[in-house]
Design a protein around this ligand. Sequence first.
Ligand code: TXA
Ligand code: MG
Length: 357
Amino acid sequence: MVSYSAKTQVLRVNAAYPEPNLIKQAAAVIRRGGLVAFPTETVYGLGANALDSEALNRIYLAKRRPASDPIIAHIHDARQMDELAIDVPTIAYRLAKFFWPGPLTLVLKRAPHVPANIATGLPSVAMRMPSHPVARELIIAAGVPIAAPSANTFTRPSATTAEHVLEDLDGRVDLVLDGGATSIGLESTVIDLTGDIPVVLRPGGVLIEHLRPIVPEIMLSPKYLATSGEDAPSVSPGQLIKHYSPNAPVMLYTGEVNAVIAQMQKTAESYKAQGKRVGVLAADEDYRYFSGIADVKLLGMRDDLQTISHSLFAAMRMLDGLHVDVILVRDFGRQGIGAALWDRLHRSAEGKIIEVR
Ligand code: TXA
Ligand code: MG
């Protein structure tokens, strides 16, 4: 596949009070059709002018992403919904009022002047108003909405630091604004508002529990409902695209926590006996069960799903750096941000779950 190549420049920027001259420089790159990676409160984005179809193509080329995955347009003012979309439903303004700026993406009907390749030809366009000062200032200075997928190459874990952006995209992005680590660490919640009933397409930074009071009728896309047992949807695991994946295969365990840990220990021991290098993504309290048999990356305390979520992608990348042969991880719970965490784990395991009884 052809790729986009560029001499990548990195600018260190103040995350809270971005330097206007640096933002101006980055905005100029966007306006001339180039690619700028920038921090948002969720993950780093790989940005281009959302109204320039050639610039949009460069995103797909740089990411080595098939042009089958639509891209989010980042805006700085809710009124831009009416510029980029048509027939905007009332609920969109309500959601915007409650959750923007923030980690919520709304899928609306695309206005005719918005290039079709932002949404791979779909009649829709996704929009989000990020709260990160660097993202906000960049969008304002560019004077155009900025299309940005997560700044990782296709299927890899999203980048939560500028170093991770460079790992994947050095030589394929014009400029990286380095604003340090992102705060949430998982991507935005995506809601489809083009149908009769709002549907969550991807759980993320805005919690379902917080959406429900405002949109009681909201539904979860069948993909994200129970994935095993009686409630299993018809979507088979194999259909889940590999995504958010480290290089090593991920083995995801669910069940009663002590039984799960015992099973993971047994598996780690047996891989080790075969001469394989095992990585474990673990809660802090679980360290002692795996030290000595695996390379353990600690994510945070068991009950602190926010911190575990924040650490996940970086920890996956660290295990990749150690060239482990396999990565073991368990279900940390699915309440609150746990829904998004579970989704990312589930996909990194390519939809395969090991149930421990
Ligand atoms: O937090 C985030 O959302 C980050 C930051 C950079 O904003 N962006 C991000 O983009 O995660 P990406 O491209 O990695 O994921 C965008 C998600 C995908 O699941 C995509 O399918 C969905 O949004 N999406 C985008 N446009 C869509 C559309 N028109 N219809 C349905 N889904 C859409
Ligand atoms: Mg992505």
